[in-house]
Design a protein around this ligand. Sequence first.
Ligand SMILES: [Ca+2]
Length: 337
Amino acid sequence: MRLRTSGLRPMTHPRETLVLIRPTCKENLTECNVLHTVSGLVTVLFVAPVMAFATSGCTGASPQPRVAPGHEVGEVFRDCATCPEMVVVPSGTVLLGTPKSQVPPGVGRGSEAQRWAPIDAAFAAGVYEVTFAEWDACVEAGGCRGYSPRDGGWGRGTRPVINVNFRDAVAYARWLSETTGHDYRLPTEAEWEHAARAGSRTLRFWGDEEAEQCRYANGYDATGFAAKPHPIARPADCEDGYAWTAPVGSFAPNPFGLHDVLGNVKEWNNDCWRHPAKPANVIDLLGWFCINGRVTRGGAWGSIPSLLRSAWRGAPSGGTRSSAIGFRVVRTLDPSS
Ligand SMILES: [Ca+2]
């Protein structure tokens, strides 16, 4: 076992608050927003009884970050020679979504609404997006449906695997589980966003600004524009050096030590797309297919800056095989693993 330290940094950015854990109900924007606006003597005299009542409804709040017994946050491991490198992240109750005032134009109303979500499973996340080398090892071992996806002429090896649909990604996770005896799978939306945010409440794990994008993410930048000018789409005002996919880990990691959570390729999640404020569709619950598409997250090499945000949500058909979509696996941890 070793601990990842190179990618970790103290979460002390003035606009970055540790939000892994809901400390009190006062932090809940939907349940307790009114309480936030009251302070001092007024709070003591008039609001305390209301606060006591309101906080009594905050069931499920996590008093401490949760980590599977026997594991440490930042612990990095690999379950086999050709398996993805994994890092342990904390669980807890986390804040997802984008503040209403910061939702970019064009994003569907309320589709990124802020909400608290419990992350019940202790888990480890892939440090990198699954690569062609890892996918090809799966195929050589008889897994992954024997499917060899095209690389677009961009190369294989450490580049993220592309042209894989949702079922392909699930097949890879299933093969990993069978090979290692551990529970590998695709992340839920909440797990993905939690891992991508790594404690940040800003639009991106490095802050709100686009200016720093080229240090942390491979998106549609000056390099991409030079290779493929778009008449309308505005590239990031910087140069990241990659017009298409980049080898995984080419950019700085987030505070959890995860690389390329934003940019490079969009990543399949295990959830059907639905509006956060609406119940799941009956057809979705049947598990046959997702009526509104499968969720992808993170944006890709061709994504404009407004899509390279922690809360951005894509919804392609689960059967889509695209040069802009890949995936990252997670592994459920339990005390015996
Ligand atoms: Ca780029």
